[in-house]
Design a protein around this ligand. Sequence first.
Ligand SMILES: [Zn+2]
Length: 346
Amino acid sequence: MPSARVLKHVIDVHCHPTDSQIPEAVISSLPITICAMSTRQNDQVLVRNLATAYPHNVLPCFGHHPWFSHWISLNGEATSKDDHYRSLFLGKEGKGDPSDDQIAAFEKLLPSLPTPLPLAELLTDLRTNLEAFPSAMVGEVGLDRTCRVPFDYRLEHRELSPFKIPIDHQLAILEAQIDIAVHLQRNVSFHSVNAQKLTVDFMARMKARHGTTWNQISVDMHSCGLSPQMWQSIERAHPNLYLSLSTAINARSSSHKSLIAAASADRLLAESDIHEISQCLGRTWDMLCIIADVRGWEVEQEWDDDTGIPEDHWGVVRRVENNWKAFVSGNHNANGRQSRNVYSPM
Ligand SMILES: [Zn+2]
């Protein structure tokens, strides 16, 4: 590991520390900044408390993950719990009758599911949390066409039901959260799995709907699994989109290296996507080293406070930190980046 003076400039842009124990000794001596995601109703407060206790290195992110979007009701309390889940998983009337197996699986699943949370209530909470933390982001939100609902999500070894969450339902919840992000001018951490085309269409729709205000916020495609070609076309269409990679997800296949090579140097960020806070530093650092290796950038072992270092001499930490600062400032120019050098010492 390099010196603490270098690590001070490292940002883990996506992790889930409230999903496991947080040892006081680890968090209080953490040399990097972490962006702590929330994913469902009961962890919003955990992220809030963590950011309150450690404001210097925890940036809170509030939002509802697509994996838990079936817990959210679009119709308020007008629909019963049974009707809500039945219409999501067994289909609406006229879609053909569910099979006996599907009905049996549904009956097994239903008791472990919570009373659905009305979307309006969720959005009020989201606004309250964002307003309480002026630098908070919206996340983790997004789209997932792979995930199946577990019979009991609280178990460590989750048996999966045959049910997926309908994409229209996911989209409705995502759009409502993104609307708040745009209105409150907050950046977004975005999950997209097996949904390339849907994600591209979604971004185009947001750009059309929100006009120039869309470019005032930044969106990070977290553990980005898009193809290099798809990323390059997204990058051209949206000056406000960034991508971050994790060893937890991306390093499972070698395609992340072609993505790192294909992306613009000024759109790359690094993340751990990990639950154990003790691994945030090591994992984010490993990803920075991979980025440096693919791009042929130096890895800083010591920090030079000189702000006049020419860009082609920047190491990976300075470059990725600079990208993060541009991400945080937003206000992207549709004709290219607003200003390439926004670096200033912390
Ligand atoms: Zn995540």
